[in-house]
Design a binder for this molecule. Structure first.
Ligand SMILES: [Zn+2]
Length: 264
């Protein structure tokens, strides 16, 4: 699960967006009016496309610290072990090609499964970087959610006070074109969990929706029903990540940088 203490990397957030137009052309709506002899016409402003992307990124619900990550910024040199660098550069290369060939991948409904036993090895970073690229360059609707949050929402739906039904929630997660499912396997193996995942995964597979998954457990060792594992194996290709945590390395080097600044 993600928590702010686990990811104490410097947040790379976007500059704050004002409600107006960044070019000072329209009123911020993405359109402006042109007065012509025939009457008033609405024209698309320069900022319109950016707004479309911004809205899609907003929809994606990617955690703040990951929002601006790009695949090209994924730093291989942060890993200390040679073996890790090799694995990481292979994973980055797969990710880049995946985005390049996305139209074909989408046609096949094929996604990726980032696995390493070690937490903090860069799985979520890379999956989210792909998601960001798909929003920006392939105009896709992407949604990020941890499996713990997803199951939490389902559990809440059993409560009468909750606004939506279990089936409506399953349907919501079935129809999202690109779903990033973070940290599958931590939720344990209860019948209802297996059932929810099966319904979502099976229907996503049937509808050829793209799913990107991260996990600390290899796909074939997930404690789910074999039918669910089979569906997963049909749907996602496993990418092995380094068995090295870079979370602490990153935090440490940030601290050293700051200390230098204070002493300089
Ligand atoms: Zn504008």
């Amino acid at each position: 699960m993600l928590s702010s203490t686990e990811f104490n990397e410097e947040a790379q957030t976007e500059p704050e967006r004002t409600c107006g137009c960044p070019y000072g052309i329209c009123d911020g709506s993405g359109h402006y009016l042109v007065n012509k002899p025939e009457g008033l016409f609405a024209k698309k402003c320069k900022c319109y496309e950016e707004q479309v992307i911004y809205n899609k990124l907003d929809f994606a619900q990617i955690p703040k610290e990951f929002q601006n990550l790009a695949i090209k910024d994924f730093d291989i040199d942060i890993y200390k072990l040679e073996e890790s660098k090799v694995k990481a550069s292979r994973a980055v290369s797969v990710s880049k090609k995946y985005v390049d060939k996305f139209e074909k991948m989408q046609e096949l409904g094929r996604g990726l499964y980032f696995y390493s036993k070690e937490a903090g090895s860069g799985k979520t970073r890379l999956a989210v970087s792909i998601g960001n690229s798909l929003v920006k360059y392939k105009k896709q609707h992407v949604r990020f959610i941890t499996t713990v949050d997803l199951l939490g929402k389902i559990r809440d739906s059993w409560n009468d006070k909750s606004g939506s039904s279990e089936e409506a929630l399953v349907e919501e997660f079935v129809t999202i074109p690109v779903l990033i499912l973070d940290d599958i396997g931590v939720e344990g193996n209860k019948d209802w969990i297996n059932n929810i995942f099966y319904r979502i995964i099976n229907r996503r597979l049937t509808n050829k929706k793209v799913t990107l998954i991260t996990s600390n457990i290899p796909m074939n060792k997930l404690g789910f029903d074999y039918r669910l594992i089979n569906r997963l194996e049909d749907m996602v290709m496993q990418v092995v990540m380094p068995e090295e945590s870079v979370r602490r390395t990153k935090a440490k080097s940030k601290n050293e940088e700051m200390l230098k600044e204070l002493m300089g």
